[in-house]
Design a protein around this ligand. Structure first.
Ligand SMILES: NC(=O)c1ccc[n+]([C@@H]2O[C@H](COP(=O)([O-])OP(=O)(O)OC[C@H]3O[C@@H](n4cnc5c(N)ncnc54)[C@H](OP(=O)(O)O)[C@@H]3O)[C@@H](O)[C@H]2O)c1
Length: 292
């Protein structure tokens, strides 16, 4: 059977390198992004490596829940899916809402991958053994751990809000792995560590992304950010590629792959069933599987 992969935000950065790696592993890769020119360049780059199956680009703004639904509908009509890499993610210096009126980093880092995953479940089940890879971040460590509402109380600090959305997604990922155990659909989280990409170049220079306490230490914090995101995206893509393809993970699920592309212990807060339940409740409410 032809093995297929969908990589969100797969036209540049870590997703672009992940798509390249999956194509090299023999998968027919679809990359998703907003910009068609960027998409064409990404496809050209992959296809220049003469992969077993040509890659293609599908346009979607994954910040929109309707766009996620349309993408899922299109992919579903095409048959079984072997690998879904939910790579899309973003951090914002200023608080903003998505087109659905939801705080944008929660929408993009958690609700979008959540909804796409749930809607593509029939395709993933018919593609089994199949894998879902959700891209996480070390920023989960700075997250507020309450998920009764989209946003925790207090001021907006992009890095912390980003970490909280990633924590929601990690808790969802590990919980989903338990729910799908035995179905042939494995679920992994991949932590890229850090890389110089549009995302990090665009936001990590702005002290407003951290809480006032950390702002007092901004020169130190900034240096830490710069050091941890100075590497190439090709290295940061290795955890996702490993999670999506490595034979050692066959039959396993619920594993977090760390920046060195090896299994690591999950961040403890993400394994709390109360967190998973709160995230699930919030996700079902904000991102219903059918548009209201
Ligand atoms: N870079 C790091 O140091 C780092 C560290 C830890 C975790 N991560 C995570 O790794 C993942 C990839 O990060 P990255 O740094 O490679 O990000 P990035 O540089 O922002 O990724 C660029 C890609 O995202 C696409 N994209 C952006 N917004 C989109 C949207 N609304 N809908 C569809 N596509 C969109 C872009 O295409 P278009 O512009 O054409 O839409 C392009 O393909 C994210 O989940 C991020 O949170 C990154």
């Amino acid at each position: 059977m032809r093995r297929t992969a969908l990589v969100t935000a797969g036209t540049a950065g870590i997703g672009g390198e992940t798509a390249l790696g999956l194509a090299a592993a023999g998968l027919a890769v679809t990359v998703v992004g907003r910009n068609a020119e960027r998409g064409a360049r990404a496809v050209e780059r992959i296809n220049a490596t003469a992969p077993a199956h040509p890659a293609r680009f599908v346009a979607a703004d994954l910040a929109s829940l309707d766009a996620v639904r349309s993408l899922a509908e299109r992919i579903t009509t095409e048959g079984p899916l072997t690998v879904l890499v939910n790579n899309v993610g973003a951090m914002f210096a200023d608080r903003r809402d998505s087109v659905d009126g939801i705080e944008a980093s929660f929408a993009l880092n958690h609700l979008s991958p959540y909804l796409l995953t749930e809607l593509l479940m029939p395709s993933l089940q018919s593609g089994a053994p199949s894998r879902i890879v959700n891209v996480t971040s070390g920023a989960v460590g700075v997250a507020k751990r309450t998920f009764d509402a989209v946003e925790p109380p207090g001021g907006y600090y992009g890095f912390h809000w980003y970490g909280r959305a990633k924590l929601a997604n990690l808790a969802y990922t590990l919980d989903l792995a338990g729910r799908l155990d035995g179905t042939g659909v494995s679920v992994f989280a991949a932590d890229p560590g850090g890389a110089a990409t549009d995302m990090t170049d665009g936001t990590l220079h702005d002290p407003r992304i951290v809480s006032p306490g950390l702002r007092l230490l901004w020169p130190l914090v900034r240096r830490k950010f710069e050091r941890s995101t100075s590497g190439p995206a090709s290295v940061a893509a290795k955890p996702s590629i490993f999670a999506a393809t490595d034979a050692s993970l066959a039959g396993r699920t619920g594993v977090v792959i760390g920046p060195r592309a090896q299994p690591v212990a999950p961040f403890p807060a993400a394994t709390d069933p109360r967190t998973a339940e709160a995230v699930h409740r919030l996700s079902r409410r904000l991102a219903p599987l059918t548009a209201g």
